[in-house]
Design a protein around this ligand. Structure first.
Ligand code: GLP
Length: 241
């Protein structure tokens, strides 16, 4: 893992944007794995800005989102479909048909996992996977204990994850208990991984990522083995260590 420390969230987002923009420039048909959560919003804002200035184009780009809550329709403000549309897709020149997000409303969720995995594999996997970090070390919604060999699957969300994400809902009871997530094996097959970490709430997880061993009880630790993983972290996180 290569670690790049930025002074603050804006600078971190700027660095992430530079890395992505350069690669989109080199490969207009790039396949991006995208994440939700508050951390990548700054990156998305910068990419939108460059797209509006016509410095980069998403017309030929394909995206695969990592995860979606089970039971939330795409119209629900807390669904990741809604999040991606509001925070990114509707502001850029991407072809909607090239954006992929698991369907958490599928009647047969197991079949949906197989379908989604096939779509990723048919495309040949991700060129770059953008990740955020859960306070418990989850990536996507791969919670502690998830096998490193998993592909797209259904996961029961930990109480701590539901608590952390309750800030987006009226109360914790409204936070779904399950999600569909791309698995760790698929994340690891991405040619490059960009992990974004910001804020003091991530300090403990960051410390464990950098100084701890590789273990399924801390899913992000597997990234230590990835051949091309860049960790972008801001000083609000590193300051705490
Ligand atoms: C959610 C998402 C993850 C994200 C994590 C951290 O659980 N499924 O993909 O990385 O939250 O979110 P935040 O960036 O808001 O801290």
């Amino acid at each position: 893992m290569k670690i790049i420390e930025s002074k603050n969230y804006l600078k971190m987002s700027h660095t992430a944007c530079q890395i992505l923009a350069e690669q989109i420039g080199q490969n207009p048909k790039i396949k991006l794995g995208l994440a939700t959560g508050s951390t990548p919003i700054g990156l998305y804002n910068r990419l939108i800005h460059l797209n509006k200035k016509k410095e980069i184009s998403f017309q030929k780009v394909t995206t695969f989102n990592l995860d979606e809550y089970v039971g939330l329709p795409a119209t629900h403000p807390n669904s990741y479909h809604y999040f991606m549309r509001e925070n990114f897709f509707q502001h850029i020149d991407i072809n909607e048909a090239n954006t992929h997000i698991p369907n958490g409303m599928a009647y047969d969720l197991e079949k949906e996992c197989i379908r989604y995995q096939q779509v990723i594999e048919t495309a040949g996997g991700m060129d770059i996977q953008v990740l955020g970090l859960g306070e418990n070390g989850h990536i996507g919604f791969n919670e502690p204990g998830t096998s490193f060999s998993e592909e797209t699957h259904i996961i029961s969300l930990e109480k701590s994850t539901r608590e952390a994400n309750a800030r987006f809902f009226d109360n914790i009871d409204q936070v779904p208990k399950k999600a569909i997530t791309v698995g760790i094996n698929t994340i690891m097959q991405s040619k490059q991984v960009i992990l974004l970490i910001s804020g003091e709430t991530k300090a403990e997880a960051y410390n464990r990522l950098v100084n701890g061993g590789i273990t399924e009880t801390f899913p992000a630790s597997i990234l230590q083995k990835h051949k091309n993983c860049i960790v972008l972290v801001d000083q609000e996180t590193t300051f705490q260590i």
